[in-house]
Design a protein around this ligand. Structure first.
Ligand code: SF4
Ligand code: SF4
Length: 196
């Protein structure tokens, strides 16, 4: 049940509360904003990781990723082997006038070639300048923040586990070889070991 004039009183109370609050106006550009670590500002391309699989361009809902490439034949690594072909990137561009910053391209890239950078100061007076070509996308790469440290209780990434296992195996193999070289011969004479 409401009393006559209670709506007006509530409205005035809200106005009073707002009037007495401190102003939160951001003084940009004099004061740079304190951005969240995962801010979606612009996309950086680490093209060494890009295999031109086209997944990002196909999945982009705005069709604003432009990729051109050609195929190159790679000679066989060993005699008698087969020639291989690989894709070579000719053009990689993102039109930020169309991009809606959904992040799908970054999510779907299977080779970690795309990253969010918090940089946002790239407004242009000419809309065509908002299509960033590969050189510009690479420059954004250097503004990508380091990933946050792993939670100490988190499971070790499988890539690290595999690399550690390989390193341990190699070290054990080298130790066994060194031991075999230095072990005494069956006739009791000393093993000369590895020639120096
Ligand atoms: S963030 Fe979304 S819209 Fe922008 S390029 Fe990537 S997939 Fe396309
Ligand atoms: S999904 Fe990744 S690897 Fe594939 S074309 Fe796009 S950036 Fe390159």
């Amino acid at each position: 049940m409401s009393f006559p004039g209670s709506g007006l009183a509530k409205g005035l109370a809200v106005t009073l509360r707002t009037m007495t609050k401190r102003s939160v106006t951001a003084q940009y550009p004099d004061v740079q904003p304190d951005l969240a670590p995962r801010t979606r500002g612009v996309i950086g391309l680490f093209e060494e990781n890009c295999t031109v699989c086209m997944l990002c361009a196909r999945e982009c809902p705005d069709w604003c990723i432009y990729i051109d490439s050609h195929k190159e034949t790679v000679p066989p690594a060993a005699p008698g082997g087969r020639e291989r072909s690989r894709n070579v990137l000719d053009r990689f561009a993102i039109d930020f006038a169309l991009c809606m910053y959904c992040g799908i391209c970054i999510e779907v890239c299977p080779f970690d070639a795309l990253f969010w950078s918090p940089e946002f100061e790239y407004a242009e007076t000419d809309i065509r300048e908002l299509t960033h070509e590969r050189d510009k996308l690479r420059e954004w790469m250097w503004t990508v923040p380091e990933p946050p440290a792993l939670d100490p209780a988190a499971e070790e990434p499988k890539e690290l586990t595999a690399a550690r296992k390989t390193a341990d195996k190699l070290a054990a193999q080298q130790a066994a070889e060194a031991e075999a070289r230095n072990a005494p011969r069956p006739d009791g004479t000393e093993n000369p070991g590895e020639a120096t």
